[in-house]
Design a protein. Structure first.
Length: 246
């Protein structure tokens, strides 16, 4: 848990985010009202003896300030993505570089834009987002497409581009809690290829989409069976096959 940034990251499962994302992982739900209730129940009010006086100063949650988005050029960030198996050409074509200030300190990260002008942000030490949180949509052409690929995170999407396994529109959830936001955008596709994580949360998200769209949903996670996600499969392949050029 990173208290200065008001966020968390679990290196074991490779996920992180804000307190709502944490509740979604713990309680395995995307129902915002239910999650808020669970959060409230987990933080009971203190007894009267410990309540601070009404004039005590309140510390607001940290916010990102002085946000500046530029083309991805940092050697450190490009190297970070290369370590994740993402070639420079792909990372620079699909990602940006974001600079921001939090609690008086300057930071910079890889940025991946979503549909609400927010950003997923990543570097070696931090995984989170600059709100608003939303899905990301990437279309291969201006007109309608018959098929769409669904990814849990943008690193998996970039991994699919590296592996050359998609040539369709793509929706990146940026969190399994965003499945419901993706549903309206998936209605007109004839086939929905799901490249979700091989874990409980990924299977729940797959089940939600299957329940809504039936046989149009195709589970592609078998392509990386034995791995947690597509990027883990890619990085393992890179370790074992130096022909994967970066």
């Amino acid at each position: 848990m990173e208290t200065t940034l008001n966020c968390w990251y679990d290196f074991g499962i490779g996920k992180g985010g804000n307190i709502v994302d944490l509740a979604a992982e713990i309680y395995q739900s995307t129902d915002m009202r239910y999650l808020i209730h669970c959060i409230a129940d987990s933080c009971p009010m203190p007894s009267m003896q410990t309540v601070a006086p009404p004039f005590a100063p309140r510390h607001s949650a940290p916010s990102f300030e002085d946000i500046r988005v530029v083309p991805l050029e940092s050697h450190a960030l490009v190297a970070y993505l290369q370590e994740r198996g993402i070639p420079t050409k792909i990372s620079k074509a699909h990602c940006q570089q974001i600079h921001y200030c939090c609690r008086g300190k300057q930071y910079y990260s890889v940025a991946f834009a979503n549909e609400s002008d927010g950003y997923e942000v990543r570097n070696r030490y931090f995984k989170g987002c600059i709100s608003p949180k939303d899905i990301s949509i990437r279309r291969i052409r201006d007109g309608p497409s018959a098929e769409c690929a669904v990814f849990e995170g943008f690193i998996d999407y970039l991994s699919a581009l590296k592996l050359g396994i998609i040539g369709t529109d793509a929706i990146i959830l940026n969190s399994v809690s965003n499945v419901n936001k993706a549903i309206p955008h998936l209605r007109d596709y004839k086939a929905i290829h799901c490249y979700l994580d091989n874990d409980v949360a990924g299977k729940i998200a797959l089940g939600q989409l299957t329940k809504r769209f039936g046989t149009k949903v195709i589970d592609r996670s078998t392509l990386y069976s034995g791995f947690n996600d597509l990027n883990e499969y890619l990085t393992t392949s890179f370790t074992n096959n130096q022909n994967l050029q970066l």
